[in-house]
Design a protein around this ligand. Structure first.
Ligand SMILES: Nc1ncnc2c1ncn2[C@@H]1O[C@H](COP(=O)(O)OP(=O)(O)OP(=O)(O)O)[C@@H](O)[C@H]1O
Ligand SMILES: [Mg+2]
Length: 302
């Protein structure tokens, strides 16, 4: 259950009482990310147009919505990679686009992003890839840096692959390496853009377990952009749906599943129906009349 009173003024929460689903006790709710009237896009066109969203600390929030609706664009605006056209992004209590560049770099060091397409540098080993954010944000000694990297690659079960190039890894290993890089600086919040897309169900379930571990063991707040219903059911505390450039729904997983809103039932209902039925053969897709003509033709298999 969550009850929140918002003053209406940007970034000002008057009073909050809540029970984060996984915590199970009453606690003050802290928002790690807030967007107010956020508008962003490319080349003068708007993809997001007035997004108001608050992400609670220590929750796993899944962002859903149709392909091209702006989920990755939203993450880019949150991690300082896409200057908004309008509105504000408050990350960990700081208005991200009002601070100086140095201050923004310090804030962003506390927020990790696992990119949709991996974005590991192909000519560098995993250790070298993970060194980049540490060297960019700290002046730690090489042996400390090495220990941090080994710890994070161990956490994602890649201790045996420290010196491999990304091209020498399987798809699931690359996703795990991307996750290790996103958390290498022990961020307060980590955002994962489609972490299980294109993976087999077993490997996808391993990534889901790692995401749960980030919250449970390391106390991170996690945002996951995903289309995968099995992942959503397993990991989500909260659901955010984007549609038409705006936040269309924000609630608990149970609220999303019980909703009669057409966009939510289309998303969850279609996936439920597909999950309940075995795969269709190509023959089933052929209209019945054509099928019967074909099967009654001379020489057709009976
Ligand atoms: N760098 C860019 N330059 C121009 N247009 C872009 C750029 N990146 C994304 N877009 C466009 O912005 C829209 C939203 O893209 P975005 O990647 O945010 O969608 P998405 O919801 O993450 O989709 P998907 O589920 O397929 O990953 C799309 O129409 C896309 O073509
Ligand atoms: Mg995307």
């Amino acid at each position: 259950m969550f009850i929140a009173w918002d003053s209406g003024a940007p970034g000002v929460i008057v009073a909050v009482v809540g029970i984060c689903p996984h915590l199970g006790h009453v606690s003050g709710v802290e928002y790690v990310i807030e967007t107010r009237d956020l508008a962003a896009g490319y080349g003068g066109g708007l993809i997001l147009d007035g997004v108001n969203m608050s992400i609670e600390k220590n929750c796993i929030t899944c962002i859903i919505g149709g392909s091209g609706c702006g989920k990755s664009t939203l993450l880019k605006a949150i991690v300082g990679q896409l200057q908004p056209v309008r509105g504000t992004v408050t990350l960990l209590g700081h208005d991200l686009y009002s601070v100086t560049e140095d201050e923004r770099a310090d804030i962003l060091a506390r927020a990790g992003l696992m990119f949709q397409y991996g974005a590991l540098l192909g000519s560098l080993t995993l250790v070298e890839n993970l060194e980049i954010p540490i060297k960019a944000h700290t002046r730690l000694r090489p042996e400390i840096i090495r220990a941090m990297i080994e710890m994070k690659l161990g956490l994602v079960y890649l201790s045996h692959a420290l010196h491999r190039l990304p091209g020498e890894l399987s798809g699931g290993m690359r996703k795990r390496a991307g996750l290790a890089r996103a958390i290498v600086l022990d961020p307060d919040v980590v955002m994962c853009d489609e972490p299980t897309a294109g993976l087999d169900p077993i490997t996808a379930a391993e990534i889901d377990e790692l995401i749960l571990k980030l919250r449970r063991v390391l106390g991170m707040t996690v945002i996951v952009v995903t289309h995968e219903l099995s992942s959503i059911r397993h990991i989500a505390d909260r659901i955010v749906m984007l549609q038409g450039g705006k936040l269309h729904f924000h609630g608990t997983l149970d609220e999303a599943l019980a909703s009669t809103d057409p966009a939510l039932t289309a998303f969850f209902g279609r996936q439920n129906r597909n999950a309940d039925r075995p795969g269709r053969s190509l023959l089933e897709l052929v209209p019945a009349a054509v099928r019967s003509a074909a099967t009654s033709a001379p020489g057709a298999p009976s």
